[in-house]
Design a protein around this ligand. Structure first.
Ligand code: AMP
Length: 598
């Protein structure tokens, strides 16, 4: 029931007094985007004026944009490596931030094969919580009645390590779920999850998923929305149900919990809520035992109004599969965030995935935008890049996001390319275009061209004793099965047909490639099972020449033609697949431990 509040918003009538405040905050902040940005920059520069970093660039206490922009360089993670290393090794002086670095957030972006370490400070948790607190008030504008039910969200913590200097290093969501902000959050009727903290915080991913699925099934009538952070995570949950529904329904039928769940606090919680319910067990069994799983989400959780998952960017590849399993339920992409900083939210969350635009909230950090020219790498040497302020971006143009954060990143290139679609008040709204240089991605892994090249080189060493080399290759993220997996097409040149590489050797090549890929990939393969075994498809000789002929027939210039290192255009896939002579899968898991290799 909408309330008539003095804080009524132009976004729409708020559902309750608390929502009214949140919507008012959005209106205020986006209406004064430029002055909020001014305040944010002044705050960051004032409090950090004595840090080693700002002193080095002789900011001398200046807090205005002009001086800031003229003195501070635009940087990438690689530029910050020396400072990050010192902090990781225990240097507690004010290097980047006057506030103590509380922990490192491990990004899914990698550097030299390992997750990037993003320094953060305690108060950033408040900023993250603030952004989260805006999501439901916006959703309530579009989907009424959510306070009458629950959300079935599959949320997980991942392993954490300590740096040599003793700081925790873990993913941002693990940090958030383990914080008091999350664990002791006050009851909010609009935000009740079926998953208890005991399940979300259980470090064993099988037990965590099992308990979350079981809780979701037990409360199936109350579930009004189903979600995970990314689309790949929700599909993993569906796959889990496919593999485990027999045991889950047995637990529901008998009221006795699967003995594989050994986590004490989880068992205690589950023992309290699990009672024999043969009727529910039969109902779930009836749906799951059908061969056809189309619309399974809507069939089991019949009251679901929408799926809450990110399907923008690399996750767009999962839209057809989600549509299949959900029977076409609306897909809501609610926010845009990263380990470095939470950026903003979607003010129209029930729009089609292709229409999603994120409104960057000007209070989260100081934002600048580097005009993006799709074919240029880095900056032209003679002209320094001209960065544009948040309120000055132009509709239709693409930019790379550059941030200055409270935690001590200054003019840092995030690597995301965004296109301006419009404005909400004076705050721009952005379509997420892509992450720079990402070739392959299944879950949160991001593999770039250089990593793929190195992996192919390493694997192809195993072919030397067969006098065989890889003459051309390309790749494809195959998400038709769950979990998805990398497919690498190889055209081989063998000089000794009597001694060509066997299936066993090519399988070892798959594993060698996996060993060469970055730690986020290997973690997905080993700890999260969110990525399936890598596959090499050997194609007939001459296939890549045909590929070139095809590209040229479609207008590519013969002089400039380069083999695409990743493909997803259906006719090209069909051409490649029709030339496959053999296919080989990685026979084992690559090496992965939570500890960093370096
Ligand atoms: P991480 O640093 O591991 O937290 O990953 C953050 C990155 O994930 C962002 O920089 C984006 O590239 C991507 N990402 C986060 N939210 C979204 C979204 N809503 N849509 C598309 N990509 C996203």
């Amino acid at each position: 029931m909408a309330v008539d509040s003095p804080l009524s918003s132009q976004l729409g009538p708020p559902a309750c007094e608390r929502d009214a405040k949140a919507l008012h905050f959005i209106e205020e902040t986006t209406s004064h985007a430029d002055s909020v940005q001014d305040r944010v920059l002044t705050e960051i520069l004032t409090r950090n004026s004595q840090t080693e970093y700002l002193t080095r660039f002789k900011l001398n206490g200046a807090t205005d944009r002009e001086t800031f922009k003229s003195k501070l360089p635009i940087i990438t993670y690689e530029d910050l490596q020396p400072e990050i290393h010192r902090i990781a090794n225990g240097d507690r002086s004010a290097i980047l931030s006057a506030h103590p670095i509380s922990e490192f957030l491990t990004s899914s972006g990698t550097s030299a094969g390992e997750r990037k370490l993003m320094p953060t400070i305690k108060e950033e948790l408040d900023r993250r919580r603030l952004l989260y607190s805006l999501l439901m008030p916006v959703m309530n504008l579009y989907v009424p009645g959510l306070e009458r039910g629950k959300g079935l969200y599959f949320l997980f913590v991942k392993s954490e390590t300590r740096t040599p200097g003793g700081l925790l290093a873990r993913p941002v969501l693990t940090s958030y779920y383990k914080s008091d902000h999350f664990k002791t959050r006050p009851y909010d009727p609009y935000n009740v999850y079926t998953s208890p903290n005991e399940a979300i915080l259980c470090p064993d991913s099988f037990q965590s998923m099992y308990a979350q699925m079981l809780c979701g099934l037990l409360q199936r009538q109350q579930v009004l929305r189903v979600g995970a952070v990314f689309a790949s995570g929700l599909l993993r949950a569906i796959r889990f149900l496919q593999l485990n529904w027999r045991q889950l329904t047995q637990d529901i039928e008998t009221g006795a919990l699967n003995p594989k769940l050994t986590d004490t606090s989880l068992r205690e919680y589950m023992d309290k809520i699990l009672k024999p319910n043969p009727e529910l067990a039969e109902c779930v069994r009836h749906e799951c035992s059908k061969d056809n799983w189309e619309g399974i989400i809507a069939r089991i959780w019949q009251n679901t109004k929408y799926l809450d998952v990110i399907v923008t960017g690399a996750m767009a590849q999962y839209i057809p599969t989600l549509d299949y399993y959900s029977g076409g339920l609306p897909l809501a992409c609610t926010m845009y965030a990263s380990s470095e900083c939470y950026f903003g939210l979607n003010l129209n969350p029930m729009c089609k995935p292709s229409q999603v635009s994120y409104t960057i909230m000007p209070n989260m950090a100081y934002f600048e935008f580097l005009p993006h020219e799709p074919d240029s790498f880095g900056f032209p040497c003679d002209s320094p890049p001209k960065l544009v302020d948040l309120v000055d971006v132009e509709v239709g143009k693409e930019y790379e996001l550059v941030i200055t954060t409270y935690a001590g990143l200054y003019r840092y290139r995030v690597g995301d390319i965004l296109r301006v679609t419009g404005f909400h008040n004076s705050a721009p709204q952005f379509h997420f275009v892509s992450r720079k240089n990402v070739l392959l991605s299944i879950d949160s892994d991001k593999t770039d061209e250089a990593e793929l090249q190195k992996a192919v080189e390493n694997a192809s060493r195993l072919l030397r004793e067969f006098n065989t080399s890889v003459v051309e290759y390309t790749s494809y993220a195959d998400t038709r099965t769950i979990p998805g997996h990398y497919v690498i097409y190889w055209e081989l040149l063998g000089k000794d047909s009597a001694n060509s590489p066997t299936d066993e050797v090519l399988k070892q090549c798959c594993l060698a490639m996996e060993e060469s890929l970055n730690s986020v990939y290997r973690q997905g393969r080993v700890a999260d099972s969110s990525i399936g075994p890598l596959e090499i498809r050997v194609v007939k000789n001459g296939t890549f020449e045909e590929l070139m002929d095809y590209a040229i027939s479609r207008g590519a210039s013969i002089n400039q033609y380069k083999v695409p290192r990743c493909v997803n255009f259906t006719p090209i896939m069909e051409l490649l697949d029709s030339r496959v002579v053999s296919s080989h899968f990685s026979p084992a898991s690559p090496h992965w431990t939570p500890e960093r290799r370096r």
